[in-house]
Design a protein around this ligand. Structure first.
Ligand SMILES: [Zn+2]
Length: 746
């Protein structure tokens, strides 16, 4: 080859090499490219992702009144929650510090139950337990145990251990306490990838906004929506509605007698921090009110990257529980009871013990549904947490549900039950008489009395009920025997469960099995004394059964269960007949005639535009007071009533502790009927509150019981039911004492 040729070859070679290089390079690049893509692809395909599921709490169902007005509903709140899963590499202590600074700036508290103070000026810590609180003692003991310390460990020792365990030595003292407390709490609550930690509950909008603003620097700090009970009408039936609260340790972990441990609520799908109905209707209707929680699923790959977050199950709100009670009527009855107690105190109880407590139950006669159930004093659900201390120490026992659980001697209100028994068994008819000269002389050494108010001589059933003749009922009661008239009392609704959905006391009759039983106790029990005690809801049920001529319905508060979203009725409470006394020969009319006769003697009812049947009672309390040199017993005001007699609509049971004569409730009965008719006409409006009216003396639209110009002679102290000089021994636990303290269900 000539040099030129050589050059050309060289040039061609170089070109070829260059070309090849480019091609190879392209291939390599492509290979690398393919390799990388495939690798990415396969990695995504091959690595397993993990789903983490978190509960999304369903909104609790509402409790509404008969007209659909909300009494209790659910408000949305916000919690600050730590998610370990979402937190990644970010330093936990720094995150905690940052969030606590935000909470502090907005005046919020955080989840810290450690009973240790902030360090004082000398850098010393102190225990903050209430020395009188047993639960604080237990908490402190378990804290020391959890940290592996001896029980004699000081606050200093506890903090020292926390600082060591959580490596907080480099932090200032203040932050050692804050972070130590939080770490301890997180440990107690088992904070993990699967278990988020609630750092703060019910935080303000300002806190929510600030945390959301800083969300990029605060990975794993989440704002979680929660629902909490709130009360539109906090004083409407608080005892019946009951409360919601955190699940207690005892309910969460149940240990049976064999030492077997179960978690019944966990099995029903609850979480340890869930809120649950703990008393009243909230507890009884927990399954309906609760709803179905939803599920949020967070999907994470093997490198810890969150690849998906979604709501995999939508939460379903709980059902709405609708009551038979109209909240306007309930509030009118509450107000009428309070007014009546004020009136009794102003007019009668100037020097002696004040009437300070009472209860009223009003039933719809046609189906046994509750129209109102009032307790005085009452409490406000919205103030319960803040004022629990005051409420629980109040001698008037505002937290006690007198209407359903107060046990009271019925006194003469019991007499119509004995009259039903005497007529139905044929022992007497309307013409039969008993001679009353004021003293019952059947027994040799026991001579109970009658006041002979408005009556004397041969007394028939009508007169005996109208004027509450003791002698008539002593004699009829003795001849019937307590076994017989008690059987009627039970059928009428006394001394038995009325069937209400929430806890009621059983009460009791005086029986031959009572340890203090002697024959003469039968005559005392026939006028509603002896060992007999009943509840206000039993008195109302009894009055409703008399009004229904012997048909007793199940007493109930719940009208229906509704779908919260659609309002559709899921179930409706049908009237349920519990017992029947056959009405023959007009026996209930005979009794009613006597009870209408009573109304003719009672202020407030004698001139009432509708005809009301009623029976008063004035049972003695065990406490006495001196009038001159005579020691007298305090008495309770008792009343059963129903009306209008032509077509009975409502039945009423009333108790006023230390109220005196039963007839003093006449104006209260009239007020309740006024409110009832106003409700029917659509003219009943809410009583103005003090705050709204600006006038503490402002009265509601329901006519206030006013003292008549002249009190009829028959509305007198002397209508006391029992004769104190009887020789009947009284057992300590029942006798004429009524419940001034809560009684367990019997
Ligand atoms: Zn008499």
């Amino acid at each position: 080859m000539n040099p030129n040729e050589h050059k050309t070859v060289n040039r061609r070679m170089a070109l070829l090499i260059a070309l090849s290089t480019v091609v190879i390079a392209l291939y390599v690049l492509r290979l690398v490219f393919l390799q990388l893509i495939n690798d990415e692809y396969f990695r995504a395909q091959a690595t397993s992702t993990t789903d983490y599921k978190f509960t999304v709490t369903a909104a609790r169902g509402d409790i509404v009144d008969a007209a659909g007005r909300r009494i209790a509903s659910t408000t949305t709140g916000y919690n600050v929650v730590l998610s370990k899963l979402l937190m990644g590499e970010k330093d936990l202590n720094e995150t905690l510090q940052q969030v606590v600074e935000i909470l502090k700036a907005n005046g919020e508290s955080w989840n810290d139950t450690l009973l240790i103070s902030e360090p004082d000026a000398a850098g010393q810590y102190h225990f903050t337990n209430d020395p009188e609180s047993e639960s604080d003692q237990n908490t402190l003991a378990s804290t020391k145990e959890a940290l592996g310390l001896q029980q004699y460990a000081t606050a200093q020792d506890v903090m020292g251990k926390l600082v060591e365990d959580y490596e907080l030595g480099d932090w200032p003292l203040y932050w050692q306490r804050v972070l130590g407390g939080l770490h301890y709490q997180m440990q107690q609550e088992d904070y993990s990838n699967l278990n988020n930690f609630t750092l703060a509950e019910g935080v303000s909008d300002a806190t929510v906004a600030t945390i959301k603003e800083h969300s990029l620097e605060l990975p794993g700090v989440e704002i979680v929506q929660t629902s909490a009970r709130s009360y539109e009408m906090g004083t409407v039936l608080p005892h019946v509605l009951g409360r919601v609260g955190k699940i207690t340790a005892e309910k969460w972990k149940v240990i049976d007698e064999n030492g077997q441990v179960t978690y019944p609520l966990r099995e029903k799908g609850y979480n340890m921090n869930d809120v649950i109905g703990i008393s009243g209707l909230e507890s009884v209707y927990e399954d309906q009110l609760r709803g179905k929680d939803g599920v949020k699923t967070i999907t994470r790959d093997a490198d810890g990257v969150i690849v998906d977050t979604r709501l995999t199950t939508l939460p379903q709100p709980g059902y709405t529980v609708q009551l038979t009670v109209d909240s306007l009527f309930q509030q009118a009855v509450d107000q009428a009871l309070a007014n009546n107690i004020d009136w009794i105190n102003e007019r009668y109880n100037k020097d002696s013990a004040k009437a300070a407590a009472g209860a009223v139950v009003v039933l719809n006669v046609k189906d046994g549904s509750v129209a109102a159930a009032s307790n005085y004093p009452n409490f406000d659900q919205n103030l319960y947490a803040a004022q629990y201390g005051e409420y629980s120490k109040d001698p008037g026992l505002p937290l006690f549900n007198r209407a359903l659980q107060g046990l009271y001697t019925p006194g003469s209100t019991f007499k119509p039950a004995v009259a039903v028994a005497a007529l139905d068994t044929g022992l007497v008819n309307q013409h039969s008489t008993v001679y009353c000269n004021g003293v019952y002389n059947y027994y040799k050494d026991y001579h109970p009395r009658c006041t002979r108010h408005g009556h004397s001589g041969n007394i028939d059933l009508f007169t005996a009920i109208k004027w509450s003749c003791n002698i008539y009922f002593y004699d009829v009661g003795r001849r019937l025997g307590s076994d017989v008239y008690n059987a009627y009392a039970y059928k009428l609704g006394m001394g038995v469960k009325t069937g209400v959905e929430v806890g009621e006391a059983l009460g009791r009759m005086t029986t031959k099995n009572d340890p203090n039983y002697i024959e003469s106790l039968d005559v005392q029990a026939a006028i509603g004394q002896g060992n007999t005690v009943v509840t206000p809801v039993q008195l109302a049920t009894y009055a409703a059964t008399l009004a229904n001529k012997g048909v007793r319905y199940r007493t109930h508060f719940v009208k229906a269960i509704l779908d919260t979203n659609t309002g559709e009725v899921i179930s409706r409470t049908a009237p349920e007949v519990m017992d029947i006394i056959e009405d023959h020969d007009g026996l209930f009319d005979q009794v009613e005639k006597g009870m209408v006769g009573v109304s003719d003697t009672v202020a407030g009812l004698m001139d009432y535009p509708y005809t009301i049947a009623c029976k008063t009672g004035t049972p003695q309390r065990s406490e006495t007071f001196l009038v001159g040199n005579t020691r007298k017993h305090y008495t309770n005001t008792m009343m059963v009533a129903y009306g209008p007699v032509e077509d009975p609509q409502i039945a009423i049971g009333i108790v006023i502790e230390y109220g005196g004569g039963g007839a003093r409730a006449g104006n209260l009965v009239a007020d309740i009927f006024d409110a009832y008719f106003a409700l029917q006409n659509g003219t009943l409006t809410l009583p103005q509150t003090e705050a709204e009216s600006g006038d503490p003396a402002a009265q509601p639209q329901v006519p206030v019981a006013s003292a008549p110009a002249a009190v009829p002679a028959q509305e007198m102290e002397s209508e006391v039911d029992a004769s104190p000089e009887g020789s009947v021994p009284q057992p300590e636990d029942t006798a004429q004492e009524d419940a001034s303290s809560p009684q367990p269900e019997g």
